[in-house]
Design a protein. Structure first.
Lengths: 293, 358
């Protein structure tokens, strides 16, 4: 029974990591950008919920979605478009800078201390099935993630822009040569990535009941690890990696001896390094990513 | 007429001496100024030790490292444990008796701490330096995370989330100056050495270098270890300059600042590292002053906290967009060439090589 409980916890945590990892994986697959500032999109979502507090929950959620998506598009336009030809490492540093910038702008406006937000509080109650206790919020997170994964995969399969995005992810130069508009494809990637970030922020605010200017940092670190494990650039890989990181961190939490639990994240990152040594390219690799000389 | 390589070597030595002279000049000028200025310049010089240390690896290998600040943490904590008076350690930490009783002279502690850091880098680096592309920076990032989580939670040895206080504060302007001159000399010597050149070959083209018999992983590991020793030295200086160590000091913020210093100046030359530290420190100091409040007549203007970081991030973005090779690029400082005929050998051809990771 204990195992089943852990499994449920692992899946719902993994679902959130998967959403964040997908957000990072999307922009990486198309423009080789590991977007560290994805965490700040989540953070802005949190503060949008704070600003719109006292509105109906639905309005708050939609406001976060709208603001974060627009911000993601703006971020691409202002910071990353001029760097489109830069190397992944340069892009990573640039996104580091954007992240630092947005964090401190938020700190200037909202202060360094976390703010409390009353959002979706009824969902923190648990559903009890026999000995199992499942918070509604976890169930919702899992449900929403599965729905989004289904929606995204049909989007990539059956819409024109979705197919173009897949083509661009496979081989950006080739895709441009056959007439796929680069700006539109990249903008679409950022818009979807922003939408995913806003959903993560909705979950985090509902879970913790607050927002702070650093709330996105930890989430993005784990998402980062997840997307690398899955195979940078592979969307299915990012989702898979997210679930894996969730499962491993819940397993560590459950089975590490009492005194070692504080070091859970150290174990997680050490495992991550070991994984990189074993399979540096990640679990799922695109044909175009194999190194050629 | 001397051989081209001799001229080239002379030029390298000259540029290193010129940089050293500039740093000494800055320190002497600061020593004449008010104490606040001295502290600022000392801090900048300590940062320069760290950035030059990072340069040894990043500049020569072209591989970004997000993990070097972990070496500051390892060395800073090691030195702290070796120098805090035993009575204080008994209160703050739960060390094994032999470590608790240990109190070394600060110099010896600094050397041992730096050496331990080198050993740590050797153990960690041996497997991960074999990685290529974006996986390598990611792995260094993992190292930072592991070290951070451990130092932030190892109550018995590091004091966990509480600051470790009571370190002897012996680092002043002159100690920092001495350390930076040594670091500069080693960085310059390594850059011009055979092993340094081998690593630069691997940076320019890993496949061709491998085909010429260079083992990029081995060269990277050597640079990684030397680099860790000096970043560790920077960590020791930092710890004994402010007198406390906390896990959060050696984490993302300082990773960002030091990377900014490296990128702003240009991460492929020593001059770039020095220029980067100078520019970033100056800008930070200006905005820190503005944050504290500037009085103009009766009026005191003060900006909200965070302005300094915002300015830094903006500057870094602008440089990345408009001067991706940094302010100085591949340039190394030399005598101005006015009026002299161009008899010196041309600048080494610079391929438009991007930082590793593509």
């Amino acid at each position: 029974m204990n195992l089943l409980q852990s499994l449920i916890d692992a899946c719902s945590l993994g679902a959130v990591y998967a959403l964040a990892a997908l957000g990072i994986g999307l922009t990486f697959s198309i423009m080789r950008l590991i977007n560290f500032a994805h965490g700040e999109l989540i953070m802005i979502g949190g503060y949008t919920l704070y600003m719109s507090a006292s509105q109906p929950y639905l309005v708050m959620g939609l406001a976060a979605l709208l603001v974060v998506t627009i911000l993601a598009l703006g971020m691409e336009r202002v910071a990353f478009r001029p760097l489109r030809r830069a190397s992944p490492a340069t892009l990573l540093i640039a996104s580091f800078a954007v992240s630092f910038l947005l964090q401190h702008v938020a700190m200037m406006i909202f202060g360094a201390r976390p703010v409390a937000i009353d959002f979706l509080s009824p969902l923190s109650q648990s559903l009890e099935i026999g000995p199992l206790r499942v918070p509604w919020l976890q169930l919702l997170a899992l449900g929403v993630t599965l729905m989004l994964l289904a929606a995204l995969s049909s989007f990539f399969r059956w819409t024109a822009i979705g197919v173009q995005m897949r083509a661009a992810a496979e081989d950006f130069t080739m895709a441009r040569l056959v007439g796929i508009p680069a700006n539109r494809v990249i903008a679409a990637a950022f818009a979807i990535s922003g939408t995913l970030a806003s959903i993560v922020s909705v979950y985090m605010v509902a879970q913790t009941g607050g927002a702070s200017y650093k709330m996105g940092v930890n989430m993005v670190l784990f998402a980062f690890v997840a997307s690398v494990i899955g195979g940078m650039g592979s969307l299915a890989g990012a989702a898979l990696g997210g679930f894996l990181v969730g499962v491993v961190s819940v397993l560590l939490q459950t089975y590490l001896p009492e005194g070692m639990r504080l070091y859970r994240d150290a174990f997680l990152f050490a495992l991550f390094i070991a994984f990189l040594l074993w399979r540096p390219q990640g679990l799922l690799v695109k044909a175009s990513d194999r190194e050629r000389v | 007429m001397a051989e081209p390589w001799a001229i080239e070597r002379e030029r390298k030595i000259r540029s290193c001496l010129l940089l050293a002279a500039l740093i000494v000049l800055a320190a002497v000028l600061a020593a004449l100024g008010p104490p606040a200025l001295q502290r600022t310049v000392t801090e900048a010089i300590i940062n320069l030790v760290v950035v030059l240390g990072m340069f040894i690896f990043v500049g020569n290998s072209g591989v970004l490292s997000f993990g070097h600040i972990a070496f500051m943490a390892v060395a800073g904590y090691s030195s702290a444990i070796m120098t805090i008076p035993p009575a204080k350690k008994a209160v703050l930490l739960k060390l094994p008796p032999s470590l608790e009783a240990l109190q070394l002279p600060v110099g010896a502690a600094a050397l041992i701490a730096a050496a331990l850091t080198g050993l740590f880098a050797l153990v960690v680096g041996a497997p991960i330096m074999r990685l290529k592309g974006i996986a390598l920076p990611m792995a260094t990032f993992g190292v930072l995370m592991v070290v951070h989580v451990v130092t932030a939670n190892w109550q018995e040895v590091t004091g966990g989330r509480q600051a470790l206080v009571g370190l002897p504060v012996y680092v002043n302007l002159w100690v920092a100056l001495g350390a930076v001159l040594v670091t500069l000399a080693v960085a310059a010597a390594y850059k011009g050495s055979r092993r340094g050149l081998l690593l630069q070959c691997a940076r320019e083209n890993e496949v061709a270098a491998t085909a010429s018999g260079i083992d990029p992983a081995r060269e990277r590991l050597l640079a990684f270890v030397i680099s860790a020793v000096f970043v560790g030295l920077g960590g020791v200086l930092f710890a004994h300059f402010i007198g406390t160590v906390t896990a959060n000091t050696f984490y993302l913020n300082i990773t960002f600042t030091t990377l900014a210093m490296l990128v702003v100046g240009g991460m492929r030359s020593l001059t770039g590292a020095v220029v980067g530290v100078a520019v970033v420190s100056t800008v930070s100091e200006i905005f820190r002053t503005i944050e504290k409040g500037v009085s103009i007549g009766d009026l005191t203007l003060s900006a909200p906290p965070g302005l300094q970081e915002i300015a830094l991030a903006l500057m870094m973005l602008l440089i990345l967009i408009f001067r991706p090779q940094g302010l100085v690029g591949d340039f190394e400082l030399d005598w101005p060439k006015w009026g002299r005929r161009k008899s010196a050998p041309a600048e080494p051809a610079t391929t438009d090589q991007r930082v590793h990771g593509s």
